[in-house]
Design a protein around this ligand. Structure first.
Ligand code: UT7
Length: 320
């Protein structure tokens, strides 16, 4: 026998985005004033950050909630119509339960499917792809996708390798059905042999990263991922309105952009004032670009996430 499957839409699209960044700005001078063995020139030239945002009282879920409310309002899709919530985070408030169901309850979303994704800095792109696939399969109609991180809970702020880089924030998107494809095929993959390159130290519960290993991997691999995501979506790099790579390091962003070699794309450089917010960095940068009116509705945008795992994911989406 064959089982009945749900009716399937022709495509999916992002209907709206929103973001939240904590109001507390921490400059490089503030970091140095804490006694961290670093300097402003090194941080600017090697990483590209001038300031970042640290959450104070806000929890990871508080930030997710605000970003989600904005995404719902911008999408025109109400909480009552969301039937799946996917929360991308690697800074969950506890091991169990995951945060997605609690987030849904806080937003007044009734009995949705709800789960967390831990693909670190690639998490938002994984979550958008999973949301799109759920809608394309007919298993969900409207999906809330969130990337939210309170990295300051898991970073030794006195460690010069991580304390100067990571920060807090959240970004969210609503994925829904469409009569044409507004979310392209995902190019995703991983390199588990190098899993130890970014890892939570069990004793101190803080993040450690082998910066050079990750830098070499990202700069040698992500250009190809970016080009392949364009190819699979049937979009030339010269047709892109924007390129939004994970905001890990300005030098990495510029090297991947050079390999993409797009004559048209605005390159997201949100790291300069936001730091590295892991799974939140792509939706925050995208939401801010849309708010500033830098991307026309329907224009193609390339997203490329990469990070702990090691994991990566790239995808072209059309602007809401
Ligand atoms: O989001 C998840 C994915 N993560 C990434 O993509 C991160 C990728 N990696 C990177 O972005 C870079 O490797 C870092 C920003 C983490 C580090 O930059 P780097 O250029 O790779 O620095 P390094 O660790 O190789 O150190 C170079 C020099 C060393 O000095 P010497 O030995 O050359 O004299 C370090 O001691 O820079 C020194 N250094 C610093 N100096 C001032 C390292 N950290 C600092 C610091 N301030 N914070």
């Amino acid at each position: 026998m064959a089982l009945t499957i749900a009716p399937r839409p022709a495509g999916t699209r992002i209907a709206g985005l929103g973001h939240y960044q904590p109001p507390t700005i921490v400059t490089n001078s503030d970091i140095i004033a804490r006694g961290v063995d670093t300097n402003d020139e090194w941080i600017r030239s090697r990483v590209g950050i001038t300031e970042r945002r640290f959450a104070m009282d806000e929890t990871m879920l508080d930030m997710a909630e605000v970003a989600s409310s904005k995404a719902l309002a911008n999408s025109g899709i109400g909480a009552a119509d969301i039937d799946l919530v996917i929360l991308a985070t690697c800074t969950g408030q506890q091991q169990v339960p995951g945060g997605a169901a609690t987030l849904a309850a806080r937003l007044g979303i009734q009995t949705p499917g709800a789960y967390d994704v831990n693909a670190a800095c690639a998490g938002f792109v994984y979550a958008v792809a999973s949301a799109s696939n759920a809608v394309l399969a007919g298993d969900a109609h409207n999906v809330l996708v969130v990337g939210s991180e309170k990295l300051t809970d898991y970073v030794d702020l006195f460690d010069r390798g991580t304390g100067i880089i990571f920060a807090d924030g959240a970004g969210a998107a609503v994925v829904t059905a469409s009569d044409k494809a507004g979310i392209g095929p995902v190019v995703w993959g991983s390199d588990g042999d190098n899993a130890a390159a970014i890892i939570t130290d069990r004793e101190s519960n803080t993040l450690r990263q082998e910066g050079q290993t990750v830098y070499r991997w990202a700069t040698s691999t992500m250009g190809g991922v970016a080009l392949e995501a364009c190819k699979r979506a049937g979009v030339s790099p010269d047709e892109l309105a924007a390129f939004i790579p994970h905001q890990a390091n300005l030098r990495i962003i510029d090297l991947i952009a050079k390999k993409l070699d797009s004559a048209s794309a605005v390159i997201a450089r949100d790291i300069v004032t936001s730091g590295n917010t892991s799974s939140a960095s792509i939706p925050i940068a995208l939401s801010k670009m849309l708010e500033r009116g830098e991307i026309a509705s329907g224009a193609p945008i390339l997203l490329v996430g990469f990070g702990a795992g090691l994991t990566y994911a790239g995808q072209v989406v059309l602007a809401p």
